[in-house]
Design a protein around this ligand. Structure first.
Ligand code: NDP
Length: 256
């Protein structure tokens, strides 16, 4: 019973930013649960390597080179996935960047680049997969937020705005597409050891220890921590869960 509840055999998942970091952690979980995967990113070599690794789980996996801020790229990506993998059941909007500056130092182009990558891309990809999910009788959309979906900070105004926006976008899709049996949920990662946080860790004095002190679990997150939540939110186990935002943060967001 439990195995069937989380079984993704025969399902097809698109994971944006699936060629590394949290996206790869989720893609591994989905592949292990039986889903075929389209790994989407700009870096072709990284995506090709990730797809090859996922195929070792015995599923189909393709690398799709696309910039998720570009409407034409997104349309071509969705068309290719439908053609080569046959259907689209799961979309993970995970691609993201940060530009670490306070609001008074942030340029308009920098603001726009972060908002486009973290928020507009989720709109473009979700809208592009909606017809296929609706035609198939349902689907799952997982958007990646952040602790900065909840909290503010001095050094990430566009990032925090994009991640706050992603929660409201998630809720809007959950309501709009409930009649199509599409569930949309967000995951809010705590501090996770990836390329995105490597520089911050190196550059911000004391960050490593501050995160440890604030995290009840007493450690930084690992990309493997995202496999289970991705499978849950992609499977029939979560069919009555929609519009929510689930922290995966070792308790960071509930620490008083
Ligand atoms: P990484 O930098 O390791 O991965 C980011 C991924 O996004 C890469 O695979 C990159 O691939 C892809 N990407 C970026 N821009 C684009 C684009 N325009 N088009 C297509 N793909 C793109 O970061 P993380 O794994 O840490 O982050 C993943 C998500 O998790 C992000 O949304 C981030 O905001 C969020 N997050 C991370 C936290 C952390 O502590 N690490 C905490 C909270 C949230 P490529 O370069 O090939 O395009």
């Amino acid at each position: 019973m439990a195995t069937k509840l989380f079984d993704l055999s025969g399902k097809v998942a698109i994971v944006t930013g699936g060629n590394g970091g949290i996206g790869l952690g989720m893609a591994r979980g989905l592949a292990e649960a039986g889903a075929d995967i389209a790994v989407v990113g700009r870096n072709e070599a990284k995506s090709t390597a990730a797809a090859a690794e996922l195929r070792a789980c015995g599923v189909k996996a393709i690398a799709v080179t696309a910039d998720v801020t570009d409407k034409a790229d997104v349309a071509a990506m969705v068309e290719r996935v439908a053609k080569e993998l046959g259907r689209i059941d799961i979309l993970v909007n995970n691609a993201g960047i940060n530009i670490r500056k306070p609001p008074h130092a942030l340029e308009l182009e920098e603001w726009e680049s972060v908002i486009k990558t973290n928020l507009t891309s989720a709109f473009l990809c979700s809208k592009a997969v909606h017809p296929a999910m609706k035609a198939a009788g349902g689907g799952k959309i997982i958007n990646i937020g952040s602790m900065l979906s909840i909290f503010g900070t001095s050094f990430a105004p566009a990032y925090a705005a994009s991640k706050g926006g992603i929660m409201q976008f998630t809720r809007s899709c959950a309501v709009a597409w409930a009649p199509d049996n599409i569930q949309a949920n967000a995951i809010l990662p705590g501090w996770i050891d990836t390329d995105l946080t490597k520089r911050a860790r190196a550059e911000i004095d004391g960050l490593h220890d501050k995160v440890l002190a604030r995290t009840p679990a007493g450690r930084w997150g690992a990309i493997a921590d995202f496999a289970g939540i991705a499978v849950f939110l992609s499977s029939s186990a979560s069919d009555f869960v929609t519009g929510t935002a689930i922290p995966v943060d070792g308790g960071f967001s509930i620490m008083g």
